[in-house]
Ligand binder design. Structure first.
Ligand SMILES: Nc1ncnc2c1ncn2[C@@H]1O[C@H](COP(=O)(O)OP(=O)(O)O)[C@@H](O)[C@H]1O
Ligand SMILES: [Mg+2]
Length: 327
């Protein structure tokens, strides 16, 4: 890398709030300067990096470590899956507005003692709404990863029972767990229980389940975060929206986000004279997930050709293939 490429990369990692990458590029820059015979400058850079690292380590030590992961036991294990996530908010390429809304959730969680001392409560019941592949699941993972909390995903296969009242009773167990163990509880594809109307046969039961959910959600004032996600907000009962602290909308990526995802996904490759306007044009209408996959396809071509170069045409081909697959 030349020095000016280093500066670009430094700024990119600063914008992405990716401190690790920032420091690693700074280290590369110091090495580069040393190779150029600028020993004094290289030394100065290394000292700055060391002192920055010391600062980060102290901050990290002050924060609470991950809570030991208590796997759901007994009956609960059939409808809750637990895991840790190491995804960070900085791994997501987001519109500034969406980024700020998610950062606000994290800020309120991290400073909840201060809020609670003044009888204020942090946001913790979130409804994520948007098309498939727009980053809703990734958001739940990033929030769990950032807060170092276990991520509990609700498994509807195990939750939804055949007997009358069975589902509501199991839902109660889930909310008992939510109250007892702090974590991020994720109701993905939430329309499975939040639907407004069901088939003619089981209207009563679906209503009952939904009403129980609303009641449990309303009563919960524990330490956990509850995140629900849906691709079909039109199916959800209006009453649900009011029970969440925040309804966060996701949409297909803007030009800036398209480029950001491609660049982030392809760090380590040489993006050679990419005609970004054409690439972005081709990508428009694809989801964040599909764009990530197209980036991987272009990367595969580079790897198999044993060079490191991503070309405009490789990207365009991969993106058009994704588009054709999307019918
Ligand atoms: N904002 C984003 N930034 C970077 N990658 C993203 C983003 N949104 C989605 N992706 C990519 O797409 C994949 C699928 O996204 P996901 O969160 O499962 O979408 P959804 O839950 O909305 O259907 C993610 O694993 C990630 O690789
Ligand atoms: Mg999802």
């Amino acid at each position: 890398m030349t020095t000016s490429r280093h500066i670009v990369a430094l700024l990119q990692s600063y914008i992405a709030n990716d401190e690790e990458r920032f420091l690693s590029i700074a280290t590369q820059l110091a090495a580069h300067e040393a190779r150029q015979g600028h020993g004094k400058l290289a030394q100065e850079l290394r000292e700055l990096i060391d002192s920055a690292k010391g600062k980060t380590a102290k901050v990290a030590r002050r924060g609470v470590g991950p809570v030991p992961l208590a796997q759901p036991k007994g009956e609960l294990s059939a409808f809750l899956a637990a895991r840790y996530s190491d995804i960070r908010l900085s791994s997501m390429i987001l519109d500034p507005e969406l980024h700020d809304r998610l950062a606000r959730v994290l800020r309120e969680q991290r400073q909840q003692a201060r809020l609670r001392a003044r009888a204020l409560t942090p946001r913790r019941k979130l409804l994520l709404v948007g098309p498939p592949g727009s980053g809703k699941t990734m958001t739940a993972e990033a929030i769990a990863g950032e807060l170092k909390l276990p991520l509990f995903t609700v498994l509807y296969d195990g939750l939804i029972g055949k007997l009358l009242g069975e589902t509501a009773a199991r839902l109660r167990l889930v909310f008992d767990a939510i109250a007892l163990q702090r974590g991020v509880y994720f109701f993905d594809e939430f329309d499975a229980i939040g639907t407004q109307r069901a088939g003619p046969n089981d209207v009563g039961e679906i209503r009952r389940v939904l009403n129980s959910f609303l009641q449990f959600l309303e009563n919960d004032d524990g330490p956990s975060l509850i995140i629900a996600a849906t691709n079909h907000p039109e199916l959800l009962d209006r009453a649900l929206f009011r029970r969440f602290d925040d309804v966060i909308k996701y949409s297909l990526p803007t030009a800036g986000v398209v480029r950001g995802i491609l660049e982030a996904r392809l760090t380590g490759y040489l993006l050679k004279d990419i005609a970004w306007d054409s690439v972005i044009d081709t990508a428009m209408g694809l989801s964040q997930a599909e764009i990530s996959r197209a980036a991987d396809e272009a990367a595969k071509i580079a790897v198999l050709a044993e060079h490191n170069v991503i070309t405009t045409s490789a990207l365009m081909t991969a993106l058009s293939e994704r588009k054709k697959a999307d019918f």
